[in-house]
Design a binder for this molecule. Structure first.
Ligand code: NAD
Length: 417
């Protein structure tokens, strides 16, 4: 579905709504609607069979008014520079809503990692990060994991940039393994944050989690953690999926067991016998109280928004609902907790990791989780207050906060020279 919808148009449309409510100056709106830097690279990798393959990759920095730019690196066959720019823009608003001192960035490589050996993946990573190296730095632009990348990829990035400096620079990337300066709690941070706001939003919607049925699209870092923690919070997870398809059992799925057996193996969950097999499109329309889309963008559109049965949608992934879908869901009184609030847990704990790296002083997991929960709850409360004050939906309410903070920073700094 995502290839038919331009996610950059989506991001710009969302910004325009907030800019209009904030009565933003036209010049300032223009500044915020464009990325400050985009780099497109083509780079060769020698495959295990000796052939050379050329890959295309991008790094986009959207805005640095509030601090160094921050954003994940995605390895996926469908990426392009426009999608990467939209994701960078969402990172700017996300950091501003959470009130952490970063701007937004994103990187990606057009690649199907299932076609690569581990050695090829390492070579691709080291070459890509060398190509975009002029933009990356612990004080300028700090990558993190996203779809298709993980702690091991972050370790290769840290090592490559450290080799080029001549000394170890842990703060140049977050989401690293613990033993290389990673933070306790970072792997689970995004999913944990999703479940914290899910609990807050459930109170708003009078949904009793003990009786709630939850469907999760995507069984990767974010989806699997969110599903496990939703189960621990007392909810019943009735549907999950990965890129290949999903499974459904209205009585509930054994999420922890499924994670231990099938995590990281696309399609593996479908080997589980005590469930009905569903497509990703069917999964989104299953009967449930809460839907957590935690995969790719543009999954809930004008074509299926009307068929969504959940009363609460918590956007674990980036950009799952299109603006058309937002209107339909709002008319149906479905509460959508937007990505720039719901999945901010990842960048919040990335911020903690960066602070720990710069100070060479590391925190215990309890402390990380406690501080994460506090920021997520506070951000949710601020967005809820903005929603009431402006009598609008939660996405617009969050954008009003995020865009205003970035606009204020830009005005305060002034336009150079
Ligand atoms: P991941 O690679 O760990 O997992 C992605 C999951 O989505 C996998 O289960 C994959 O099979 C599934 N998937 C891929 N394409 C799909 C498709 N077309 N339809 C259905 N499922 C599909 O990635 P992740 O880190 O869990 O990221 C998931 C989403 O969360 C992305 O939108 C990402 O930008 C966002 N996000 C991630 C983080 C983070 O810390 N990792 C932080 C904030 C937001």
């Amino acid at each position: 579905m995502s290839q038919h919808i331009n996610v950059l148009d989506m991001a710009r449309e969302q910004l325009a709504v907030a800019a209009n409510i904030l009565d933003l100056d036209k010049g300032l709106h223009d500044v915020l609607s464009k990325p400050m830097r985009q780099l497109i690279v083509h780079f060769p990798v020698v495959l295990d069979n000796g052939e050379v393959q050329v890959f295309e990759g991008y790094r986009v920095q959207h805005n640095a008014a509030r601090g160094p730019t921050k954003g994940g690196i995605r390895y996926h066959p469908d990426v392009d520079v426009e999608e990467t720019t939209a994701l960078a823009m969402w990172m700017t608003w996300k950091c501003a809503v959470a009130n952490i001192p970063y701007g937004g960035a994103k990187g990606s490589v057009k690649v199907d990692i299932k076609q690569l050996s581990k050695r090829e993946l390492e070579k691709l990573t080291r070459r890509f990060v060398t190509e975009i190296g002029s933009m990356i730095g612990e004080r300028s632009d700090i990558p993190a994991p996203d779809i298709g990348t993980n702690a091991q990829v972050m370790a290769w990035i840290m090592d490559t940039l450290s080799m080029q400096k001549g000394y170890t620079v842990p703060g140049v990337v977050t989401g690293k393994p613990i033993e290389l300066g990673g933070s306790e709690g970072r792997t689970e941070a995004t999913g944990r944050g999703v479940v914290v706001v899910m609990e807050e939003a459930a109170k708003v919607m009078n949904i009793d989690l003990g009786n709630a049925k939850v469907v999760v699209q995507g069984f990767g870092n974010v989806g699997a953690t969110a599903a496990k923690l939703a189960e621990e919070a007392g909810a019943t997870v009735v549907g999950i999926s990965d890129a290949v398809g999903g499974i459904y059992n209205p009585k509930g799925l054994p999420v922890h067991d499924l994670f231990n057996r099938y995590s990281g193996r696309d399609g593996g969950i479908r080997e589980y016998k005590d469930a009905e097999q569903v497509t990703n499109a069917q999964l989104l329309e299953l009967p449930c109280d809460i839907l957590i889309p935690a995969a790719v963008a543009a999954q809930i559109t004008k074509d299926n928004a009307d068929k969504i049965k959940a009363r609460l949608i918590v956007e674990g992934g980036n950009g799952p609902c299109t603006p058309d879908a937002d209107h339909i869901l709002s008319d149906k009184s479905v509460l959508v907790v937007p990505d720039i609030l719901a999945n901010a847990g990842g960048v919040i704990v990335s911020y903690f990791e960066w602070v720990q790296d710069l100070q060479n002083f590391f925190w215990e997991e309890n402390e990380v989780n406690h501080k994460l929960t506090k920021i997520m709850r506070h951000s949710f409360a601020s967005v809820e207050a903005s929603m009431m004050a402006h009598k609008t939906d939660m996405r617009t309410a969050a954008l009003i906060i995020g865009v205003k903070r970035v606009a204020d920073a830009t005005i305060r700094r002034g336009i150079f020279p």
